[in-house]
Design a binder for this molecule. Sequence first.
Ligand code: GLA
Length: 364
Amino acid sequence: APGRVNLIGEHTDYNGGHVFPCALTIGTYGVIRKREDRTIRFYSLNFTNNGIITTSLDDLVPSEAAGWTNYPKGVMWTFEKRGYHLTAGADILIYGDIPAGSGLSSSASLEVLTGLMLRDTFGFDISMIDLALIGQYSENNFNGMNCGIMDQFASAMGKKDCAIFLDTNTLNYEYAPVKLPDARIVITNSKVKHSLVSSAYNDRRRESETALKDLQTVDIKTLGDLTEAEFEAHKDAIKDPVCRKRAKHAVYENQRTIKAVEALQNNDVALFGKLMNDSHVSLRDDYEVTGIELDTLVEEAWKIDGVIGSRMTGAGFGGCTVSIVKDDAVDAFIEKVGTAYKNKIGYAADFYVVEIGDGPVKLA
Ligand code: GLA
């Protein structure tokens, strides 16, 4: 199952707006063998020092000691909760080539992979979208990260050379071919280590919910229901100025995403890039989820000729930026952004010129 990058539409999924992610050709790979008893044995080729981690179907509770296996365990727990009864344990081998902690959704990819392996091994009839929802549910309720549906949906539903224009209110989606004549998608990994992504993320979610409640003198279900003009007309109902800024981002970012996808469909790559840049400004100033590392990467990128657009992607604080860069500027981009980042932040960023891949593939 693949990792993902989101081209535009950030922190809009749990606010009832649109996102525009695509699956990558890197991901998580697994082999599963059903057992006779109720034991579960996990082994990851990425964490060979941990050896085989043994647990049981009767012990599906999160724990710090369980480390990465909390993700597959959470999916098993959700299967049981939804009535997909696991009649036996399993031996599960995992390998991933998504750089660790990079914000390219290795956890969602592992959740979707686990769901798929369980579905096919135990013979359940579950759609790919339901596997994405199971992954999100387990991440929210087993792993305590209140994420939206974007990451799991992108991993489960990815399509080669297409991004997914997803309305997270209805889960209606459309594949939009990403045609970038003479340009590439470049991901830059800030490699920020000390990050409070999940606590800050849950804070943002609460702040947006407060804003929504204040706004519900108007008949709306989510912030994604509002246009910019409707928001401006009613924003004073939001009492706390911080919550007002959060809501502003959610509303404007959703509208920007709709416009950006239209721009791409009209082959207006320049407009698409400008909307990406505006998205970053809004994430920096109104949603406040960037930080010096991501801002440095993006602001350095903006200075370079041949950069069509650049912004942070994913939850923020650390993780990656995504940039659309003209073919003949890619080398200069990596050189210049890399040097400026190292000088200012003190350690090197990583760069990946990526391909958009398919969703999960079953090899045997
Ligand atoms: C993380 C979450 C997603 C989404 C993004 C921000 O990746 O897992 O659900 O909210 O952050 O857009």
